[in-house]
Design a protein around this ligand. Structure first.
Ligand code: SF4
Length: 324
């Protein structure tokens, strides 16, 4: 069995509510973007994190790569708690933990040629020999399905799919252990999505990379993931291996998500879709997070927060309908 690469334990990230920032003397209410979140990413696996927009998926990814500091909880990598490291201590680990964003183009300097952009990343990480940098950049361009020709091009000369390939190349060039892919294909046409996903899957296998793949798209998550965590309002409500989750979804939110997909291989006609919107999770929150939208809610769901229990090997769910 593969070892754990990253362990996330009881992670929490809070932000001041907008009404507090407008009135700094008002009550100190916090919005919990991520709350009591625990999961592990194993070596060489693709872990899919799925849920509606605003459920805390991207904030989780940003905390793992050090773009946000956790409010509490821990992110353990190589025996160190990443959230407690200062910038100097984090720097040597940063090359292992990379991120690909949805809109790669906006993060690139439009006046810089692609070869120079990628070489700058290598310079920051101590590759001082110019020929070695050039060789590594050409090699990584070829790995992601671009070529030496693109070394001299500018980012705006690339198509949407090629830009996302460049995003993958810029995270891959320093040989990371984990790449966090935050909605990397959601802005692309379906046929281009498939090409970029296939490239990612080949690279993951060849280089034995771990991927944390974040998406609201159930079909994409199913295609690429080995295991899936379903996230709702800042925390996991269900986790299982991909085949198991699609054969036997347990949580009413997971079932509702599948019911909302116009894909006959995923959609279960018998499951009612849920309605309404995610509420804001605040520090005085209690009960089940999904209570106000759940078609099976009971009185106890308003008062008691369900535990995240293992119902069968590797299949966990947080719902009072199971394991009591
Ligand atoms: Fe629905 Fe209750 Fe289960 Fe929450 S705990 S998902 S409200 S049945």
């Amino acid at each position: 069995m593969a070892n754990n690469l990253v362990e996330i334990r009881n992670l929490q990230k809070s932000f001041p509510l907008a009404r507090q920032t407008l009135n700094p003397f008002g009550p100190k209410e916090q919005m919990l973007a991520v709350d009591n979140l625990s999961f592990t990413i194993k070596e060489g696996e693709t872990y899919g994190l799925v849920g509606e927009s605003g459920c805390g998926k991207s904030t989780t990814g940003r905390m793992i790569v050090g773009l946000e500091k956790p409010s509490s909880g821990s992110i353990i990598y190589q025996g160190k708690d990443l959230g407690k490291l200062n910038d100097r201590e984090f720097f040597p680990l940063r090359k292992d933990l990379q991120m690909v964003f949805q809109n790669t183009l906006s993060a690139l300097n439009p006046r810089q040629r692609i070869g120079s952009i990628l070489e700058d990343i290598l310079k920051v990480h101590g590759v001082s020999d110019a020929q070695e940098r050039r060789d590594q950049v050409v090699e990584v361009l070829e790995k992601v399905g671009l070529s030496e020709y693109h070394y001299f091009r500018y980012p705006h000369e690339l198509s949407g799919g090629q830009v996302q390939r460049l995003g993958i190349a810029s995270s891959l060039v320093i040989k990371p252990k984990l790449i966090i892919c935050d909605e990397p294909v959601s802005a692309l046409d379906v046929s281009i999505q498939a090409q970029v996903l296939n490239t990612l899957m080949e690279l993951q296998k060849d280089l034995r990379l771990s991927l944390l793949f974040i998406s609201h798209d159930i079909g994409v998550i199913r295609y690429i993931s080995d295991r899936i965590g379903v996230m709702y309002l800042g925390t996991l409500v269900e986790e299982a291996e991909t085949d198991e989750l699609f054969k036997n979804p347990l949580h009413p939110y997971t079932k509702g998500l599948f019911a909302s997909v116009p894909d006959p291989y995923i959609r279960n006609e018998e499951t009612p879709e849920f309605s309404g919107e995610q509420p804001v999770r605040t520090s005085d929150f209690k009960g089940c997070a999904f209570c106000n939208r759940c078609p099976q809610a009971m009185d106890k769901c308003k008062e008691e927060t369900p535990e995240f229990l293992e119902i069968s090997p590797g299949h966990k769910v947080a719902c009072h309908l199971y394991g009591q």
